[in-house]
Design a protein around this ligand. Structure first.
Ligand SMILES: [Zn+2]
Ligand SMILES: [Zn+2]
Length: 545
């Protein structure tokens, strides 16, 4: 499945393919509305790789709607899942990362094995751990224009939403075991697929010993479990009785139960699920529950700076982090790319991604790309009346090193890069990009590359001294100090002095930026203003001796 041609030359968006399968799935099963689902446990800060789930689901949902079919986008907050491990840091209610103190860590320790919905919010701003992190996820999404119907698993169990399917599952316990044992070699012969919450210690890592379908109860023993093959949760040894509303089905079964309960027609998931729970899920769906598994989309994870993200390594970023350096539409753009390609987000060179987006936008307005024609309106939440004004991200990042944001904006007006009568939207967009670029410089940018040095680096200027003098004179007498005119003067000065233009530009970049290259020089100099430029050139001529 991919963006590439299905029929020759014609661009096909992956979301359209999944949408078509979802629509077919709904038709075959007599459903009049297409449901696209994603889900996740509120285990802490959900990094931008995990967010493939929700955002790819959004693109599928949107594709269904664009085909004129009624659809819903739902999210199951899997908050009955147990806390497996305590992350060393997590985002607070505003999405700002916070490293847990020793004291907080030891307070949290006692909640290992508890369902997220019952753990208090460490930050104190929500009712529970689950609500806190679910709200951080939803907040990040809403800031890029995505909202989903939210269903907390804890509510679905408590209000009886899962009751019927739990009873059904237990009534077929032998068959369920039979199917699952094909996929899980370690499954015990008397295994009962239900985890009650221990009334003594609060953990949901109990083992069911027997169940009663007459009064909907399960007898359990708090034995503890090893979660995800490596997190050892100890039990308290308590034996008790619980109703089917105070516990949960094991994940592999719960996932299928959600498909049935919510009538799910499509769901994206990471490739880690593909080999495991997706395989057993399909078999359970068909052989036990008599439903057809939803259309799926498998995605690859993101790398950041070439590495896997992990809050343990301190390199996990959430949507809120990206929104400090990228516009919402650029963040969304990241998730439109082919799902099965492992994508590396190179934070040091983030300007390249923004430039790619700017070209993508440009191609939409030039009507030169089918891909942009299909995807760009989704990123913008509609088609803008005219092409939004963007200034080059790298240029923005240089300017904010010379000027505060507002002044940088004025310098762009002075340089003729942006007109004076621009719309309020365009003005805000330019100001936003200046602020984003400024944040990028102070967080991710490679300071040896993009942060200007105040002193001249060791540049040999002897061979260009005469040309620099000429340039300085001509720029002094230039009527309008504007980008295009300056650019032309640099070229002609190089030519008249018999200096190859690339070499002259390189020296000028070294003089102004301390770098071998940069954004279009004429425009950069125009934004700096005549006075700064002449004075820098004079200093350079002086240095040349
Ligand atoms: Zn909170
Ligand atoms: Zn217990």
């Amino acid at each position: 499945m991919g963006e590439k041609n299905r029929s020759k030359g014609k661009f096909v968006f992956w979301a359209d393919l999944v949408a078509e399968s979802a629509i077919e799935h709904a038709k075959r099963n007599g459903m009049s509305i297409v449901t696209v689902k994603s889900g996740g446990s509120p285990s802490g800060g959900k990094h931008i790789g995990n967010m493939n789930d929700q955002i790819r689901a959004f693109f599928i949902y949107d594709a269904v709607v664009r085909k004129g079919i009624p659809a819903r986008l739902i999210y199951t907050n899997d908050d009955m899942d147990p806390l497996r491990t305590i992350p060393p840091s997590a985002p607070d209610g505003d999405g700002e990362w916070h490293s847990f103190t020793q004291e907080e860590l030891s307070t949290l320790e006692k909640y290992l094995g508890w369902p997220y919905c019952r753990i208090p919010d460490v930050f104190g701003c929500h009712k529970s751990w689950s609500e806190h992190f679910n709200s951080v996820i939803r907040d990040g999404l809403s800031r890029i224009g995505i909202s989903m119907e939210n269903y907390n698993n804890s509510d679905s169990y408590a209000n009886g939403g899962f009751l019927e399917i739990t009873k059904f599952t237990l009534s077929k316990v032998d068959q369920v075991r039979g199917v699952l044992s094909r996929y899980q070699k370690t499954l015990e012969k008397d295994w009962i697929p239900f985890h009650a919450i221990c009334e003594n210690c609060g953990k949901i890592t109990t083992t069911a010993i027997s169940f009663n379908l007459e009064d909907d109860t399960v007898e359990y023993e708090c034995r503890g479990r090893i979660l995800a093959g490596k997190y050892v949760i100890k039990g308290c040894g308590h034996k008790g009785v619980s109703t089917f509303k105070e516990g949960k089905l094991p994940w592999r079964i719960e996932w299928v139960a959600q498909w049935k309960i919510f009538q799910v027609n499509a769901e994206p998931f990471g490739k880690d699920h593909y080999e495991g729970s997706w395989k057993s899920g399909q078999a359970l769906a068909r052989e036990i529950y008599g439903i057809e598994p939803p259309a799926n989309l498998v995605y690859e994870f993101f790398l950041v700076n070439g590495e896997k993200m992990s809050s343990r390594k301190g390199n996990a970023y959430i949507i809120q982090d990206l929104l400090k350096v990228l516009e919402p539409e650029v963040v969304k753009y990241l998730y439109t790319k082919r799902p099965m390609m492992q994508r590396n987000i190179d934070l040091k060179n983030l300007h390249l991604l923004v430039e790619e987006f700017d070209r993508f936008e440009e191609s939409f307005f030039k009507k030169s790309s089918e891909e942009a024609e299909r995807i760009y309106p989704v990123l913008m939440g509609g088609i803008p009346n005219k092409k939004p004004l963007r200034i080059n991200y790298l240029l923005a990042s240089y300017l904010v090193q010379f000027y505060p944001v507002e002044e940088a904006y004025n310098s762009l007006v002075r340089a003729g890069i942006i007109g004076e009568g621009i719309s309020e939207d365009d003005r805000n967009r330019v100001l936003l990009r200046l602020r984003l670029a400024k944040n990028w410089l102070s967080t991710f940018a490679d300071s040896s590359k993009y942060v200007l040095k105040r002193e001249f680096s060791k540049v040999d200027l002897n061979d260009v001294k005469k040309a620099l003098k000429d340039l300085s004179e001509r720029l002094s007498s230039l009527t309008e100090f504007k980008g295009e005119a300056i650019q032309n003067i640099i070229y002609s000065t190089a030519r008249e002095n018999n200096i190859p233009a690339p070499e002259f530009f390189r020296k000028l970049y070294l003089i102004f930026l301390g770098l071998e290259s940069g954004p279009r020089l004429g425009y950069l100099l125009a934004t700096l203003g005549r006075e700064k430029v002449i004075s820098r050139l004079e200093t350079a001529i002086g240095e040349a001796g």
